[in-house]
Ligand binder design. Structure first.
Ligand code: GLC
Length: 420
């Protein structure tokens, strides 16, 4: 155990609000959906019951439709915008009205495999909720084939260039007055622009005005795009959910059908001109023509190919610290602006899982070592400049600490013995 291990555990404890974890104090003062799934994985390295608690509090806010919201506003904090009043979802506790990439089943599987006996009852209680969420994805958001998002925030890669063409079609000019809070916590130049924010809030207002009706939002909402990242996370999570279901003795043929349908839709998000998977505006059919980390999540779902390998190595070799969230050779690249270039440790962890499973342990180790270097230099920041490892965004970040404990820290030989 090293000093950094202790610090990482201390961050999880610091951000623990009792059953749920904040991504970081200040900037993100609530429970976030996919952040919580990674927090569970991190907790499982030293407190297995606490890991299950995290997944339980997340799924406890599931909507009757099966949707699991991207933010749960357990205790109102005026330091965050848009808060519960802006979303107006009428849930208790209040929640946002959109979702986030469904990585929870994948993380639940990792947590469960770390102690199957201790986790069996917890998993059995969680399973029907995960199943309902996956059904919601299949029935509500995969109607065009690949997984569709109705707000850039649903992708978890909020302002990546993938969404620029969809956002261009959103008229943010009539949004009411509001005050952002994020730019009071971190350097505004690292955050999305005012024009982006006007559009983000306009999409939220549409959802609120139609009572968060799924069908209206998908059919008529201001924004609808296929997201490669969410598609691959979902495809992978279907597989993990099926493994969990089988372990519990359930019939998982329906999950397998959802996965097969999703896999057969992948050609729709393959852009031959780009030589990669690509986001697509479902209102117009147009490709984004942007290479980003969403495409590389294909490896997590076992959907890589040699053309994608070429793109991966091109963008990775252009930087020094991990895989950049957007193409360093594209004009939209910005090495410190959130999802328009920076390296995100938790995303590197997902990509490395994919590399290992696809027989590329060498790539997984390179990615781990580069990520380890960033964290050793600066600690557990939200994200990093991939060119010089400069720390960016919020400090003491939950999922960065979690993936240190689970993946990024170098494991001495003594800890490797007996490891699978
Ligand atoms: C930002 C990120 C998103 C994350 C959230 C909380 O919105 O883009 O992926 O879940 O912050 O950390």
């Amino acid at each position: 155990m090293t000093d950094l291990d202790d610090k990482a555990r201390a961050i999880l404890r610091l951000n623990d609000k009792g059953g749920y974890t904040l991504p970081t104090h200040g900037l993100y003062p609530y429970q976030w959906n996919w952040d919580s799934a990674f927090a569970a994985w991190g907790f499982a390295t030293f407190d297995n019951p606490r890991a299950w608690d995290e997944l339980d509090t997340l799924m406890a806010s599931q909507w009757p439709s099966g949707m699991v919201p991207h933010i749960i506003f357990h205790k109102v904090d005026p330091g965050y915008f848009p808060g519960p009043d802006v979303w107006g979802t009428g849930q208790t506790p209040p929640t946002s009205g959109i979702t986030q990439p469904p990585v929870a089943a994948t993380m639940a599987r990792l947590v469960w495999e770390m102690d199957p006996d201790a986790g069996r009852d917890r998993l059995a209680a969680l399973y029907p909720k995960l199943l309902a969420w996956h059904r919601w994805w299949h029935e509500v958001r995969c109607t065009h084939g690949p997984a569709a998002i109705v707000h850039p925030w649903e992708s978890g890669r909020d302002n990546c260039p993938d969404w620029d063409i969809g956002m261009a079609g959103v008229d943010g000019s009539s949004v009411g007055p509001y005050t952002r809070r994020d730019t009071g916590h971190v350097d505004p130049d690292m955050r999305p622009t005012k024009e982006d924010y006007d559009r983000y809030i306009t999409i939220v207002e549409f959802g609120r005005n139609c009572g968060w009706d799924d069908k209206t939002i998908v059919d008529e909402g201001p924004f609808l795009m296929s997201d490669p990242g969410t598609t691959f996370v979902l495809l992978r999570a279907h597989r993990d959910l099926a493994v969990l279901g089988q372990a519990l003795g359930h019939d998982v043929s329906q999950i397998e059908e959802w996965a097969a349908a999703l896999r057969s839709a992948l050609p729709q998000i393959w852009n031959p001109a780009l030589g990669a998977y690509d986001a697509r505006n479902l209102r117009t059919g147009a490709f984004a023509n942007v290479l980003g980390s969403g495409a590389f999540l294909a490896y997590l779902a076992g959907a890589g190919n040699t053309e994608l390998d070429t793109q991966l190595m091109r963008v990775w070799d252009a930087v020094s610290y991990g895989i950049p969230s957007a193409d360093p050779e594209a004009p939209s690249f910005h090495s410190r602006k959130y999802w328009r270039g920076p390296s995100w440790p938790f995303l590197n962890a997902l990509l490395a899982i994919g590399f290992t499973e696809n027989g590329r342990a060498d790539l997984a180790e390179r990615l781990r070592a580069e990520t380890e270097m960033m964290l050793q230099k600066h600690g557990f920041w939200e994200y990093f400049d991939p060119l010089d490892a400069a720390p960016c965004g919020g400090a003491d970040f939950t999922w960065t600490a979690a993936i240190w404990l689970t993946w990024a820290r170098h494991k001495p030989d003594s800890e490797m013995k007996g490891a699978a």
